[in-house]
Design a protein around this ligand. Structure first.
Ligand SMILES: Cc1ncc(C[n+]2csc(CCOP(=O)(O)OP(=O)(O)O)c2C)c(N)n1
Ligand code: SF4
Ligand SMILES: [Mg+2]
Length: 298
Protein backbone atom coordinates (compact mmCIF):
# COMPACT_ATOMS: atom_id res chain seq x y z
CA UNK A 1 0.00 0.00 0.00
CA UNK A 2 1.43 3.33 -0.97
CA UNK A 3 0.44 5.69 1.85
CA UNK A 4 -0.24 3.23 4.66
CA UNK A 5 3.00 3.94 6.52
CA UNK A 6 3.61 7.55 5.73
CA UNK A 7 1.45 9.58 8.06
CA UNK A 8 2.50 12.41 10.34
CA UNK A 9 0.28 13.15 13.32
CA UNK A 10 -1.28 16.60 13.19
CA UNK A 11 -3.04 16.88 16.53
CA UNK A 12 -1.81 16.55 20.06
CA UNK A 13 -2.94 13.70 22.27
CA UNK A 14 -6.60 13.99 23.27
CA UNK A 15 -6.73 10.84 25.39
CA UNK A 16 -5.38 10.81 28.91
CA UNK A 17 -3.00 8.02 29.98
CA UNK A 18 -5.54 6.66 32.49
CA UNK A 19 -8.77 4.92 31.42
CA UNK A 20 -10.99 2.08 32.61
CA UNK A 21 -10.51 -0.35 29.70
CA UNK A 22 -8.88 -3.76 30.10
CA UNK A 23 -5.14 -3.97 29.31
CA UNK A 24 -4.65 -4.18 25.55
CA UNK A 25 -8.21 -3.04 24.72
CA UNK A 26 -8.44 -2.42 20.97
CA UNK A 27 -11.40 -0.07 21.36
CA UNK A 28 -9.24 2.22 23.47
CA UNK A 29 -6.48 2.31 20.85
CA UNK A 30 -9.14 3.06 18.22
CA UNK A 31 -10.33 6.17 20.07
CA UNK A 32 -6.77 7.46 20.42
CA UNK A 33 -6.24 7.29 16.63
CA UNK A 34 -9.67 8.73 15.84
CA UNK A 35 -9.10 11.81 18.00
CA UNK A 36 -5.59 12.28 16.64
CA UNK A 37 -7.23 12.64 13.23
CA UNK A 38 -10.27 14.69 14.22
CA UNK A 39 -8.72 17.11 16.70
CA UNK A 40 -10.12 18.91 19.71
CA UNK A 41 -13.20 20.41 18.03
CA UNK A 42 -14.98 17.09 18.38
CA UNK A 43 -17.95 16.03 20.50
CA UNK A 44 -18.38 12.31 21.12
CA UNK A 45 -21.74 10.58 21.51
CA UNK A 46 -21.46 7.20 23.26
CA UNK A 47 -24.36 4.78 23.76
CA UNK A 48 -24.20 1.92 26.29
CA UNK A 49 -21.09 -0.16 25.52
CA UNK A 50 -17.62 -0.75 26.95
CA UNK A 51 -16.68 2.79 26.01
CA UNK A 52 -19.41 4.07 28.32
CA UNK A 53 -17.23 2.67 31.08
CA UNK A 54 -13.77 3.23 29.60
CA UNK A 55 -14.24 7.02 29.53
CA UNK A 56 -14.66 7.00 33.32
CA UNK A 57 -17.27 8.43 35.72
CA UNK A 58 -17.90 12.19 35.69
CA UNK A 59 -16.06 14.43 36.65
CA UNK A 60 -13.20 12.13 35.65
CA UNK A 61 -12.70 11.49 31.94
CA UNK A 62 -10.21 9.66 29.76
CA UNK A 63 -11.03 12.14 27.00
CA UNK A 64 -10.14 15.80 26.59
CA UNK A 65 -13.23 16.40 24.44
CA UNK A 66 -16.90 16.61 25.50
CA UNK A 67 -18.80 13.32 25.77
CA UNK A 68 -22.57 12.77 25.64
CA UNK A 69 -23.56 9.39 27.02
CA UNK A 70 -26.85 8.13 25.67
CA UNK A 71 -29.09 5.05 25.72
CA UNK A 72 -28.06 1.87 23.89
CA UNK A 73 -30.47 2.30 20.97
CA UNK A 74 -30.13 6.03 20.40
CA UNK A 75 -26.67 7.14 19.23
CA UNK A 76 -27.94 8.23 15.79
CA UNK A 77 -30.83 10.23 17.23
CA UNK A 78 -28.70 11.82 19.97
CA UNK A 79 -26.03 12.81 17.45
CA UNK A 80 -28.70 14.33 15.18
CA UNK A 81 -29.95 16.47 18.08
CA UNK A 82 -26.44 17.54 19.02
CA UNK A 83 -25.69 18.50 15.41
CA UNK A 84 -28.92 20.55 15.23
CA UNK A 85 -28.06 22.35 18.47
CA UNK A 86 -24.55 23.19 17.24
CA UNK A 87 -25.92 24.41 13.91
CA UNK A 88 -28.41 26.69 15.69
CA UNK A 89 -25.48 28.23 17.54
CA UNK A 90 -23.71 28.78 14.23
CA UNK A 91 -21.04 26.19 15.05
CA UNK A 92 -20.38 24.30 11.83
CA UNK A 93 -16.80 23.55 12.80
CA UNK A 94 -17.29 21.03 15.56
CA UNK A 95 -17.36 17.41 14.42
CA UNK A 96 -20.11 15.26 15.92
CA UNK A 97 -18.76 11.74 16.32
CA UNK A 98 -20.87 8.79 17.39
CA UNK A 99 -18.84 6.01 18.94
CA UNK A 100 -20.86 2.83 19.26
CA UNK A 101 -20.00 -0.84 19.66
CA UNK A 102 -21.19 -3.50 17.26
CA UNK A 103 -24.29 -4.15 19.38
CA UNK A 104 -25.12 -0.43 19.31
CA UNK A 105 -24.55 -0.33 15.54
CA UNK A 106 -25.46 -3.67 13.92
CA UNK A 107 -28.32 -4.54 16.29
CA UNK A 108 -30.20 -2.33 18.72
CA UNK A 109 -28.84 0.99 17.39
CA UNK A 110 -29.39 0.16 13.74
CA UNK A 111 -32.74 1.92 13.32
CA UNK A 112 -31.41 5.10 14.87
CA UNK A 113 -28.26 5.01 12.74
CA UNK A 114 -30.21 4.20 9.57
CA UNK A 115 -32.64 7.05 10.24
CA UNK A 116 -29.82 9.53 10.83
CA UNK A 117 -27.94 8.47 7.70
CA UNK A 118 -31.11 8.51 5.59
CA UNK A 119 -31.58 12.13 6.73
CA UNK A 120 -27.94 12.56 5.74
CA UNK A 121 -27.02 14.12 9.09
CA UNK A 122 -23.68 15.91 9.06
CA UNK A 123 -21.97 13.53 11.52
CA UNK A 124 -19.32 10.83 11.57
CA UNK A 125 -20.79 7.52 12.73
CA UNK A 126 -18.26 5.00 14.01
CA UNK A 127 -18.67 1.37 14.94
CA UNK A 128 -15.76 0.03 16.95
CA UNK A 129 -16.32 -3.63 16.36
CA UNK A 130 -15.17 -6.20 18.92
CA UNK A 131 -17.63 -8.74 17.51
CA UNK A 132 -19.80 -9.32 20.61
CA UNK A 133 -21.56 -7.58 23.50
CA UNK A 134 -18.41 -7.33 25.60
CA UNK A 135 -19.55 -4.94 28.31
CA UNK A 136 -22.18 -7.39 29.55
CA UNK A 137 -20.10 -10.56 29.30
CA UNK A 138 -19.43 -11.57 25.66
CA UNK A 139 -22.90 -12.30 24.23
CA UNK A 140 -23.15 -12.81 20.47
CA UNK A 141 -24.23 -9.95 18.22
CA UNK A 142 -24.92 -9.91 14.48
CA UNK A 143 -21.27 -8.82 14.09
CA UNK A 144 -20.05 -12.04 15.72
CA UNK A 145 -18.29 -14.11 13.05
CA UNK A 146 -19.04 -17.68 12.02
CA UNK A 147 -17.20 -20.08 14.32
CA UNK A 148 -16.91 -17.91 17.45
CA UNK A 149 -17.79 -19.14 20.91
CA UNK A 150 -19.56 -16.58 23.08
CA UNK A 151 -21.53 -16.97 26.31
CA UNK A 152 -24.75 -17.22 24.27
CA UNK A 153 -23.17 -19.47 21.61
CA UNK A 154 -21.18 -21.72 23.98
CA UNK A 155 -19.40 -25.07 23.68
CA UNK A 156 -20.69 -27.11 20.72
CA UNK A 157 -23.23 -24.37 19.89
CA UNK A 158 -20.65 -21.95 18.50
CA UNK A 159 -22.04 -19.43 16.04
CA UNK A 160 -23.10 -21.05 12.76
CA UNK A 161 -24.17 -17.92 10.88
CA UNK A 162 -21.90 -15.31 9.32
CA UNK A 163 -21.27 -11.69 10.23
CA UNK A 164 -23.65 -9.05 8.93
CA UNK A 165 -22.03 -6.92 6.23
CA UNK A 166 -22.60 -3.56 7.87
CA UNK A 167 -20.61 -1.56 5.33
CA UNK A 168 -22.82 -2.82 2.51
CA UNK A 169 -25.89 -1.98 4.56
CA UNK A 170 -24.58 1.55 5.08
CA UNK A 171 -23.49 1.90 1.44
CA UNK A 172 -27.08 1.06 0.47
CA UNK A 173 -28.02 4.39 2.11
CA UNK A 174 -25.85 6.04 -0.58
CA UNK A 175 -24.05 8.15 2.01
CA UNK A 176 -21.12 10.36 0.93
CA UNK A 177 -18.34 8.27 2.52
CA UNK A 178 -17.97 4.91 4.23
CA UNK A 179 -14.85 2.89 5.01
CA UNK A 180 -13.42 0.05 7.04
CA UNK A 181 -10.31 0.50 9.20
CA UNK A 182 -8.22 -1.57 11.57
CA UNK A 183 -6.26 -0.46 14.61
CA UNK A 184 -3.46 -2.63 13.19
CA UNK A 185 -3.00 -0.08 10.38
CA UNK A 186 -2.93 3.31 12.16
CA UNK A 187 -1.81 5.41 9.18
CA UNK A 188 -4.61 4.06 7.01
CA UNK A 189 -7.11 4.51 9.85
CA UNK A 190 -6.05 8.09 10.60
CA UNK A 191 -6.16 8.99 6.90
CA UNK A 192 -9.74 7.69 6.72
CA UNK A 193 -10.82 9.67 9.78
CA UNK A 194 -9.21 12.79 8.31
CA UNK A 195 -11.04 12.15 5.06
CA UNK A 196 -14.32 11.59 6.90
CA UNK A 197 -13.80 14.95 8.60
CA UNK A 198 -13.30 16.84 5.35
CA UNK A 199 -15.94 15.10 3.20
CA UNK A 200 -18.86 17.49 2.99
CA UNK A 201 -22.46 16.79 2.18
CA UNK A 202 -23.72 14.60 4.97
CA UNK A 203 -23.15 11.36 6.83
CA UNK A 204 -19.91 9.42 7.02
CA UNK A 205 -19.58 5.92 8.46
CA UNK A 206 -16.43 4.14 9.65
CA UNK A 207 -16.29 0.48 10.64
CA UNK A 208 -13.22 -0.11 12.82
CA UNK A 209 -12.03 -3.57 13.85
CA UNK A 210 -11.05 -3.35 17.52
CA UNK A 211 -9.94 -6.69 19.02
CA UNK A 212 -10.93 -7.36 22.62
CA UNK A 213 -8.43 -9.50 24.59
CA UNK A 214 -11.11 -10.42 27.14
CA UNK A 215 -13.75 -11.67 24.70
CA UNK A 216 -11.40 -12.99 22.03
CA UNK A 217 -9.35 -14.85 24.61
CA UNK A 218 -5.99 -13.53 23.47
CA UNK A 219 -3.07 -12.06 25.39
CA UNK A 220 -3.26 -8.30 25.85
CA UNK A 221 0.01 -7.93 23.94
CA UNK A 222 -1.56 -9.52 20.83
CA UNK A 223 -4.30 -6.95 20.08
CA UNK A 224 -2.43 -5.12 17.33
CA UNK A 225 -0.98 -8.28 15.80
CA UNK A 226 -4.45 -9.86 15.55
CA UNK A 227 -5.89 -6.64 14.09
CA UNK A 228 -3.19 -6.81 11.39
CA UNK A 229 -3.76 -10.52 10.74
CA UNK A 230 -7.49 -9.88 10.20
CA UNK A 231 -6.53 -7.62 7.30
CA UNK A 232 -3.67 -9.77 5.99
CA UNK A 233 -6.02 -12.79 5.72
CA UNK A 234 -8.87 -10.73 4.12
CA UNK A 235 -11.10 -11.64 7.07
CA UNK A 236 -11.51 -7.88 7.55
CA UNK A 237 -10.65 -6.15 4.25
CA UNK A 238 -9.70 -2.49 4.22
CA UNK A 239 -11.74 -0.50 1.71
CA UNK A 240 -13.63 2.72 1.07
CA UNK A 241 -16.96 3.46 -0.59
CA UNK A 242 -17.66 6.90 -2.02
CA UNK A 243 -21.27 7.87 -2.58
CA UNK A 244 -22.40 4.35 -1.70
CA UNK A 245 -21.24 2.91 -5.03
CA UNK A 246 -17.59 3.66 -5.79
CA UNK A 247 -15.43 1.02 -4.10
CA UNK A 248 -11.66 1.26 -3.52
CA UNK A 249 -9.71 -1.61 -1.98
CA UNK A 250 -6.78 -0.52 0.16
CA UNK A 251 -5.00 -3.78 0.95
CA UNK A 252 -4.59 -7.13 -0.75
CA UNK A 253 -4.21 -9.87 1.89
CA UNK A 254 -2.63 -13.17 0.94
CA UNK A 255 -2.42 -15.21 4.16
CA UNK A 256 -4.65 -18.12 5.08
CA UNK A 257 -7.36 -17.67 7.71
CA UNK A 258 -5.74 -20.36 9.91
CA UNK A 259 -2.99 -17.84 10.76
CA UNK A 260 -5.67 -15.59 12.26
CA UNK A 261 -8.03 -18.15 13.81
CA UNK A 262 -5.52 -20.39 15.58
CA UNK A 263 -4.14 -17.52 17.66
CA UNK A 264 -7.47 -16.89 19.40
CA UNK A 265 -9.12 -18.81 22.22
CA UNK A 266 -12.58 -17.91 20.91
CA UNK A 267 -11.95 -20.19 17.86
CA UNK A 268 -9.89 -22.90 19.51
CA UNK A 269 -12.62 -25.58 19.18
CA UNK A 270 -12.58 -25.33 15.35
CA UNK A 271 -11.14 -28.15 13.25
CA UNK A 272 -9.43 -28.24 9.83
CA UNK A 273 -12.75 -28.57 7.88
CA UNK A 274 -14.07 -25.52 9.79
CA UNK A 275 -10.98 -23.50 8.78
CA UNK A 276 -11.57 -24.56 5.19
CA UNK A 277 -15.23 -23.52 5.36
CA UNK A 278 -14.23 -20.11 6.76
CA UNK A 279 -11.52 -19.75 4.10
CA UNK A 280 -14.17 -20.33 1.42
CA UNK A 281 -16.48 -17.76 3.01
CA UNK A 282 -13.64 -15.20 3.14
CA UNK A 283 -12.65 -15.94 -0.47
CA UNK A 284 -16.15 -15.47 -1.82
CA UNK A 285 -16.62 -12.15 0.04
CA UNK A 286 -13.23 -11.00 -1.24
CA UNK A 287 -14.16 -11.89 -4.84
CA UNK A 288 -17.37 -9.88 -4.49
CA UNK A 289 -15.36 -6.91 -3.27
CA UNK A 290 -12.93 -7.18 -6.19
CA UNK A 291 -15.90 -7.18 -8.56
CA UNK A 292 -17.26 -4.03 -6.96
CA UNK A 293 -13.89 -2.26 -6.91
CA UNK A 294 -13.22 -3.27 -10.52
CA UNK A 295 -9.61 -4.04 -9.65
CA UNK A 296 -7.25 -3.88 -6.70
CA UNK A 297 -5.96 -0.32 -6.42
CA UNK A 298 -3.10 0.74 -4.19
C1 LIG B 1 -31.85 -1.25 26.23
C2 LIG B 1 -30.64 -1.85 26.86
N1 LIG B 1 -30.45 -3.18 26.82
C3 LIG B 1 -29.35 -3.73 27.35
C4 LIG B 1 -28.42 -2.94 27.96
C5 LIG B 1 -27.21 -3.58 28.60
N2 LIG B 1 -26.01 -3.37 27.84
C6 LIG B 1 -25.14 -2.37 28.13
S1 LIG B 1 -23.76 -2.38 27.18
C7 LIG B 1 -24.32 -3.77 26.37
C8 LIG B 1 -23.47 -4.43 25.32
C9 LIG B 1 -22.94 -3.49 24.29
O1 LIG B 1 -22.34 -4.22 23.25
P1 LIG B 1 -21.61 -3.44 22.09
O2 LIG B 1 -22.48 -2.40 21.53
O3 LIG B 1 -21.10 -4.45 21.14
O4 LIG B 1 -20.38 -2.70 22.83
P2 LIG B 1 -19.20 -3.41 23.68
O5 LIG B 1 -19.71 -3.58 25.07
O6 LIG B 1 -18.88 -4.70 23.03
O7 LIG B 1 -18.08 -2.45 23.63
C10 LIG B 1 -25.57 -4.19 26.84
C11 LIG B 1 -26.29 -5.38 26.36
C12 LIG B 1 -28.64 -1.53 27.99
N3 LIG B 1 -27.75 -0.71 28.54
N4 LIG B 1 -29.75 -1.03 27.43
S1 SF4 C 1 -14.08 -6.13 27.56
FE1 SF4 C 1 -12.94 -5.89 25.61
S2 SF4 C 1 -13.76 -4.03 24.60
FE2 SF4 C 1 -14.40 -4.02 26.77
S3 SF4 C 1 -12.83 -2.76 27.82
FE3 SF4 C 1 -12.22 -4.95 28.00
S4 SF4 C 1 -10.85 -5.31 26.23
FE4 SF4 C 1 -12.00 -3.39 25.82
MG1 LIG D 1 -19.14 -5.19 20.98
Amino acid sequence: MSDINSHTFKHHELMNPGHLGCPGCGATIAMKFALQALGEKTMVVIPACCWGVIAGPYPQSALNVPVLQTAFATAGAAASGLRAALDMRGDNDTTVLTWAGDGGTFDIGFQSLSGAVERNEDCIFVCYDNEAYMNTGVQRSSATPYGMRTTTTPAANWKRTGKKNILEAMAAHRLPYAATASIGYPEDMIRKFEKAKTVKGGSRFLHVLAPCPTGWRIGSELTVKIARLAVQTNVFPLYEVNGGVEYTLNFNGNRRVDDYLTMQGRFKHLTAPDYERIQQMVNSEWELLIKKAGEFIH
